[in-house]
Structure formats: structure tokens, C-alpha cells
Design a protein around this ligand. Structure first.
Ligand SMILES: Cc1cc2nc3c(=O)[nH]c(=O)nc-3n(C[C@H](O)[C@H](O)[C@H](O)COP(=O)(O)OP(=O)(O)OC[C@H]3O[C@@H](n4cnc5c(N)ncnc54)[C@H](O)[C@@H]3O)c2cc1C
Length: 476
């Protein structure tokens, strides 16, 4: 049995890992040079409390199940996850029934720990909030994580259990005969397969079209953000939502797992083919900042280190498209709009165990090892632990990224784990993610990549072919 998963975002990566629990050959195809660079790279990184979802929908069920799976999954895969809770704040009389409705919706879904807090309690716990707050819905099960880190961890663990990873290998066609998948065609190869999983994010409609399916229809909805440096300190200790507007959950103030603060996202519907429009606009960033300031007025904008945008893969009926199709052997986990990150672990379990295993008669193997050890980060070690590590390998004593205190040893480890580009290093180690955004360390990381990969510096790219950094040497 040979199964191809298309798309190494958080959804495809978790599905591929889940499939390695079974006696099957599993291939994961990703068009980009690394894992988690699609929708999974640029989002709010919240493991939602799911009270925004309509009770009884598949989205609500998978969101709640996904939320419950996160603590153990992140422990198993050694991925950062902080269950910091969230407030949805009512800033006006009109917001009060909205947060009451969210509370009741959450109770119907079975979300644990929901409470409505009065103004004094909210301001005591979040002193930087807008003092006009009247009351707020408290949801303790909301968490924050690192979405691309989860995708990388799932793939690393999958590979340990037999997964075959093909990066920089876009799927260009799928052969079918008698309404059954036969072969996956990429730019560099052809692979006989028994089954295909379409987890291609924004591009899932194009993959479905390769086997003649018209569902899903995917339209991008852009969300713009501003990121504040961790120097901002503890501005808020939980995720802060406004009372929702209808089109989205609104513009939020979100602590990140490494101590920064994210402001956004906006919500702007784009044309169906605008699947790469991740540029920011001054209007969008301004809207994100002003929206965040309604919740937390005292935001120091000199600490904005980055602006960026992500594209939500929206479907016309707003539902996920998960399961079997009329083409035998073709499965989908598509239309994974928000809360797709939250739902992803449950989607992977449901699709693989409840749908694919019976349909393909998959047998579980006893050798599956669920544990993965994350990257060592010297800055997170105690002085004694750091000393011991440096004594065993002096490269852990050479700091390359001054902002985030990332060492040469960590960069070498990231390369050994599969990073081939500057972005690959950044997303694995946070080198270049800090206040200077790589201004002082890009050259050093580039030379380390060239040295470790035995490549010339001109061959090293930011994020794959066409993004080379150097044009040639000025002086030998
Ligand atoms: C602004 C914004 C905010 C969000 N906030 C949250 C949040 O806080 N919480 C939450 O739960 N959810 C959130 N989401 C939703 C969440 O980010 C997505 O549901 C999730 O990341 C989708 O993952 P995916 O694996 O389906 O897609 P992707 O991460 O896009 O993965 C699909 C992969 O397929 C690859 N691919 C495409 N075509 C091909 C091909 N032909 N061959 C090979 N590979 C291909 C792509 O390169 C990509 O890597 C948000 C989304 C956005 C945009």
C-alpha cells in the first residue's frame, strides 16, 4: 500500500505522521523548499476555545477535539504550547449580548471552564486593557503554539517512523483510471500510488481539479498583522478578542510563545487566483494596529519588528472539506480555514483512523514511536546546563543571532534536521526572527549553510530557487 500526501502544512504533516502508524509506504510532497511555509506559516497561532463555532457543526466538533489533543500532542512532539486562556471583551452595551451568546454556544459545544467576568476582575487580571471594558468571556482552554514548528515536528517524527519526505517537489498531475487514483506526477518523478490525500491548503482546489473534482472551491482571505518585539514585556497575559463582527473573529492582541505580541489579523477577501498575495498594505497594517489599540490602547509602536500577511483558505459554505470522494483512493483535508490549526490534530486522527484505515484496510504496526525531541535552545537552558552543552560542543557557545541568542550549534543542528535555506534556519531556530530581522546575522548564517552543505555561498537561498542572496564575490 502506497499513499501520497500532498502538502506539508500543519494538516498534511499531521496526517502523514498519523499514517505512519500503519503498515503503508507514506510519501509527503511539498512544493516549497521546507515544511509549513503555506497558510501554516502566517496566522494567529491560537489553539482556539471553539466557542466561536456553531454548535453541531463538523468544525465545532473537530475544533473542540483538536483543542483537547494539543497538550499531549505538543508534549509528545516537544513543541511549544502555552494554555494561557483568552478574554473576549465587551466594550459597549451592544457587545454584552454577543459575549453571552458565545458563552452559551461554548456551553452547548461542551467547552470547559467558560465564565463571564465583571469589569473589576478583567482589569485586575489584564491591567492594560481598555478601561471602557464592561465585562468579558473567559475561556481557560485557549492556548498558543508555533504552527510551523508543529508541522516540522510531525514530519520529523513521521520520518523516524518511515515517512518519505519530498520537498521542492510540486505535484503537477494525478493519473486516474476507472475513477481510481493510479499515479502522482511531479516535475521530477512519477509515483505509482494506491491513495492520495489532498492537504494542499490554498491550492487544494487545483489538486482536486487534477482528478476532475469541483469541490473544494477555495478563495483567499487576507489577514495582515504587526508583530511587537518581546521587549514589550507582559502587556497582556492572555489572548484578547473583541466581540466578533460577523465576518471574522476580529482584530486581536495575541501573546506569542517566545514573548512577543501579535496585533491583527484584518480580513479582506481577494480574487480566487490571488493565492500568493501575502504582501502587506499600509491600510491593512494601520487597521490591525488601530483594531488592537481599541482593546489595549497603550501599545508602543516603536517595538513593531515586522509586518506580514497570511491568506485564509475560505470555502463558500465556510465548512472544512474532509473525507472520501467519488474518486476511489482520493481523500481530502481541505478548506482548512480558521480554526484549522486548532482542529488539525483531530482532522488527522479522524481522516486516518475513521475514514482511510477502514477504506484501505490498513493494519496498525507495533513499531510506531510517537516521541520526538525538539531543537535544543541554549537561551532556554539553565547556566549549568548551557555550560555542560558548550563543554561537549563549543559551537553552542558561539552566538550567531544576537537578538534571539541563537548559537552556531543550534544552526548546525537545524541543518542536520533538514534546513537548506535561511528561512529554514529561521523557522527552526528563531535566528533572524528578532529585533534586527536578520540585519546582523544573515551573512553569518549564509556562510554556515554554505559550509555545512558544501555549497558555494551564491547557491544559498532565502526560501528556495529564485531567492538567492548573493550575486558573486566582490573580493576573493
Ligand atoms: C490570517 C490567519 C489567521 C489564522 N489564525 C488561526 C488561529 O489562530 N487558529 C487556528 O486554529 N487557525 C488559524 N488559521 C487557520 C490555519 O492557519 C489553517 O487552517 C492551517 O494553517 C491550514 O493548514 P494546511 O496544512 O491546510 O495549509 P497549508 O499550511 O497552506 O499547507 C498546504 C501545503 O500544500 C503545499 N502545496 C500546495 N500545492 C501543492 C502542490 N501542487 N504540490 C505539493 N505541495 C503543494 C503548500 O506549499 C503548503 O505548504 C488562520 C489562518 C490565517 C490565514
Amino acid at each position: 500500500m502506497r499513499i501520497a500526501v500532498i502538502g506539508a502544512g500543519v494538516v498534511g504533516s499531521l496526517i502523514a505522521r498519523e499514517l505512519t502508524r500503519y503498515a503503508a509506504e507514506v510519501l509527503l510532497f511539498e512544493k516549497e523548499a521546507d515544511i509549513g511555509w503555506g497558510v501554516s506559516k502566517a496566522n494567529s497561532a491560537i489553539v482556539h476555545g471553539c466557542f466561536h463555532e456553531a454548535p453541531g457543526t463538523q468544525r465545532a466538533v473537530l475544533c473542540a477535539e483538536g483543542n483537547a489533543l494539543y497538550p499531549s500532542l505538543c508534549r509528545e512532539l516537544d513543541v511549544p504550547f502555552k494554555q494561557i486562556g483568552a478574554y473576549v471583551v465587551a466594550l459597549s452595551e451592544e457587545d454584552l449580548p454577543v459575549i453571552r451568546e458565545l458563552y452559551e454556544q461554548g456551553i452547548k459545544i461542551g467547552i470547559p471552564g467558560l465564565e463571564i467576568h465583571d469589569r473589576e476582575t478583567v482589569l485586575a487580571r489584564e491591567p492594560h486593557l481598555n478601561t471602557e471594558v464592561l465585562s468579558a468571556l473567559w475561556s481557560p482552554s485557549v492556548g498558543i503554539t508555533e504552527p510551523w514548528g508543529l508541522a516540522i515536528a510531525a514530519v520529523e517524527n513521521g520520518v523516524r517512523n518511515g515517512l518519505e519526505l519530498h520537498v521542492t517537489e510540486a505535484v503537477e498531475g494525478i493519473d486516474t483510471a476507472s475513477s481510481r487514483v493510479q499515479r502522482v506526477i511531479t516535475a521530477t518523478g512519477e509515483y505509482e500510488v494506491d491513495a492520495v490525500v489532498n492537504a494542499a491548503g490554498l491550492f487544494a482546489d487545483r489538486i482536486a481539479g487534477m482528478v476532475g473534482l469541483e469541490r473544494p472551491v477555495i478563495t483567499p482571505r487576507r489577514g495582515e498583522y504587526a508583530l511587537l518585539d518581546k521587549k514589550i514585556g507582559p502587556l497582556v497575559s492572555s489572548v484578547i478578542f473583541p466581540a466578533p463582527s460577523g465576518i471574522s473573529k476580529g482584530i486581536l492582541v495575541v501573546p506569542t510563545v517566545d514573548g512577543g505580541i501579535l496585533l491583527g489579523p484584518t480580513a479582506e477577501d481577494l480574487d480566487r487566483e490571488d493565492k500568493e498575495a501575502t504582501g502587506t498594505t499600509s491600510d491593512g497594517v494601520h487597521e490591525a494596529i488601530e483594531g488592537a489599540r481599541r482593546l489595549v490602547p497603550d501599545i508602543d509602536l516603536s517595538l513593531v519588528v515586522k509586518t506580514f500577511a497570511g491568506l485564509r483558505p475560505e470555502t463558500p459554505d465556510k465548512q472544512f472539506v474532509i473525507g472520501e470522494t467519488e474518486v476511489e483512493g482520493f481523500f481530502q483535508a481541505a478548506g482548512m480555514r480558521s480554526p484549522g490549526l486548532t482542529a488539525a490534530p483531530a482532522v488527522a486522527k479522524h481522516l486516518v483512523h475513521d475514514v482511510m484505515a477502514p477504506a484501505l484496510d490498513l493494519a496498525e504496526k507495533s513499531s510506531f514511536d510517537p516521541q520526538r525531541r525538539g531543537m535544543r535552545s541554549v537561551v532556554d537552558l539553565s547556566p549549568k546546563e548551557a555550560d555542560a552543552l558548550i563543554a561537549s560542543d563549543v559551537s553552542y557557545g558561539r552566538v550567531i543571532c544576537q537578538c534571539n541568542r541563537v548559537t552556531e550549534g543550534e544552526i548546525i543542528e537545524a541543518i542536520r534536521r533538514g534546513a537548506r535555506t535561511l528561512d529554514g534556519i529561521k523557522f527552526r531556530t528563531r535566528a533572524g526572527f528578532g529585533r534586527c530581522q536578520g540585519g546582523f546575522c544573515t551573512d553569518k548564517i549564509l556562510m554556515l549553510l554554505a559550509r555545512e552543505l558544501k555549497a558555494s555561498p551564491e547557491e544559498i537561498t532565502m526560501r528556495g530557487d529564485g531567492s538567492e542572496i548573493l550575486d558573486g564575490m566582490v573580493r576573493k
